[in-house]
Design a protein around this ligand. Structure first.
Ligand code: CUA
Length: 354
C-alpha cells in the first residue's frame, strides 16, 4: 500500500521557516558586529578620541564629555516626563482643548526655550574649542612633515630631512610638528584621534594641522573621508619618540638602501629591478625609482604593510606580493608571477631594507 506523500506545502511548512532563518541571520550579524566592535577595525592600535595625548584632542574630548553628560541628563528628564504622562493616563478627550496653563508653559519651555539655550551654549562651546585644534603658525614648528593622501596609502615626506616613507610618521615627543596634507587623487581626511581633529586633503590645495604629542607612544591614524573601495584600509601610525630615539630614526631613514650582502639578496634585488616592482616603487640607492606605490627604501623598518591591511611579516609580505588583490581588492598593485625561488630571494632582499 502506497502511503500518501505529504503535499509540497506541508514539506515547506515542516522545514525551518524563513522567519527562523531571518532570525538566525540577524543573530549571526549581531555576533559579527559585536566582534568587530570589540576587536577594533584594523591591525593598528586603538583610535580613541577619549584617550587624548595632546591639547587639541583633550579639548575635543572635554567637549564630548560635556555633550554626553548633558545629553544623558536631558534624555533622563524626557523619559521621566513620558513615564509620568503614562502613569497619569491620557485623560478624557473632551479635556484636550482646555489644557492647564501649567501644561502650556511646559510645552513652551521644553519645546522652545530649553532647546534654544542648549543649542546656543553648544555652539559657543564648539567655537571656543576650535582655535585649539587649528594649525599653529609655521614658524612655531621646527619640523615639517608633508603627507600626501593617495588611493590607498599615505606618502610621508620630511622635506628638511630628505626622508620619504609611507604610512608611518615619526615625530619627537613634546615638539610641535607642522603637518601639511594634500592629495594626488581624491578627497581623503587625515585623522589621528588621540592627537587632533580631522583635516581633509583637497585636490589642488594644501591644508595644515599641528601634531604635538605629550607622551611617547604609537597613535593610530585613519583616513576619515570615504575615498573608494579601500577607504577602510587607509590607516597609518604616528610614532612619538623621545628626541634621541627620533634622531636615530632620522639617521637610519636618511641612509640609502644597503648593497645586498648575500647572493640570495643580490638575486632578490635583480628580481625587484627586472619585474614590475621597480616600475612603481623607489628604493633609494638603486635603479628602482617608480612613484606609483610607497617608497620601499626602509620598508622592513615599518610595522604594517598596505596601509594597515596586514602586519609587516615575511609571510604576509609574500602573500601580498603574490596576490595583493586578494588582501586589498581594488588596490593598484597587480599580482606578481614569481617562481618559489624568486619569491624567496625577493623576500630575502626586502628583509634587508631596514
Ligand atoms: Cu582615503 Cu578614505
Amino acid at each position: 500500500m502506497v502511503k500518501d506523500r505529504p503535499a509540497p506545502s506541508a514539506v515547506r511548512a515542516a522545514r525551518p521557516g524563513s522567519g527562523s532563518r531571518a532570525r538566525d541571520r540577524a543573530a549571526r550579524t549581531a555576533v559579527v558586529l559585536l566582534g568587530l566592535a570589540l576587536a577594533g577595525c584594523g591591525v593598528g592600535n586603538d583610535q580613541s578620541t577619549l584617550d587624548p595625548a595632546a591639547t587639541p584632542a583633550r579639548r575635543i574630548s572635554d567637549l564630548w564629555w560635556l555633550m554626553f553628560i548633558g545629553g544623558t541628563v536631558i534624555f533622563a528628564v524626557v523619559v521621566m516626563l513620558m513615564l509620568a504622562a503614562i502613569v497619569r493616563g491620557r485623560g478624557r478627550p473632551e479635556d484636550a482643548p482646555n489644557r492647564s496653563p501649567a501644561g502650556n508653559r511646559l510645552v513652551v519651555l521644553g519645546g522652545a526655550v530649553v532647546p534654544a539655550i542648549v543649542l546656543v551654549a553648544l555652539f559657543a562651546l564648539a567655537v571656543r574649542t576650535m582655535p585649539s585644534t587649528a594649525a599653529s603658525r609655521a614658524k612655531d614648528a621646527r619640523l615639517t612633515v608633508q603627507v600626501v593622501g593617495r588611493q590607498w596609502f599615505w606618502e610621508v615626506r620630511y622635506p628638511g630631512l630628505r626622508i620619504t616613507t609611507a604610512n608611518e610618521i615619526h615625530i619627537p615627543v613634546g615638539q610641535a610638528v607642522a603637518v601639511q596634507v594634500s592629495t594626488t587623487d581624491v578627497l581623503h581626511s587625515f585623522w589621528v584621534p588621540e592627537l587632533n581633529r580631522k583635516i581633509d586633503t583637497i585636490p589642488g590645495q594644501r591644508n595644515a594641522i599641528t601634531l604635538k604629542a605629550e607622551r611617547a607612544g604609537v597613535f593610530a591614524g585613519q583616513c576619515a573621508e570615504f575615498c573608494g573601495l579601500q577607504h577602510a584600509h587607509m590607516q597609518f601610525l604616528v610614532i612619538a619618540e623621545e628626541p634621541a630615539v627620533f634622531a636615530q630614526w632620522v639617521a637610519a631613514q636618511q641612509r640609502p638602501a644597503p648593497a645586498p650582502a648575500s647572493a640570495a639578496a643580490a638575486r632578490g634585488q635583480a628580481v625587484f629591478d627586472t619585474t614590475t616592482c621597480a616600475a612603481c616603487h623607489t628604493i633609494a640607492g638603486t635603479p628602482a625609482s617608480g612613484d606609483l606605490g610607497p617608497d620601499l627604501t626602509h620598508v622592513t623598518s615599518r610595522r604594517m604593510l598596505a596601509a594597515g591591511a596586514i602586519m609587516n611579516t615575511p609571510v604576509d609580505l609574500g602573500a601580498w606580493v603574490r596576490d595583493p588583490q586578494h588582501i586589498k581588492p581594488g588596490v593598484k598593485m597587480p599580482p606578481t608571477e614569481l617562481s618559489p625561488n624568486q619569491l624567496r630571494d625577493l623576500l630575502t632582499y626586502l628583509g634587508t631594507l631596514r
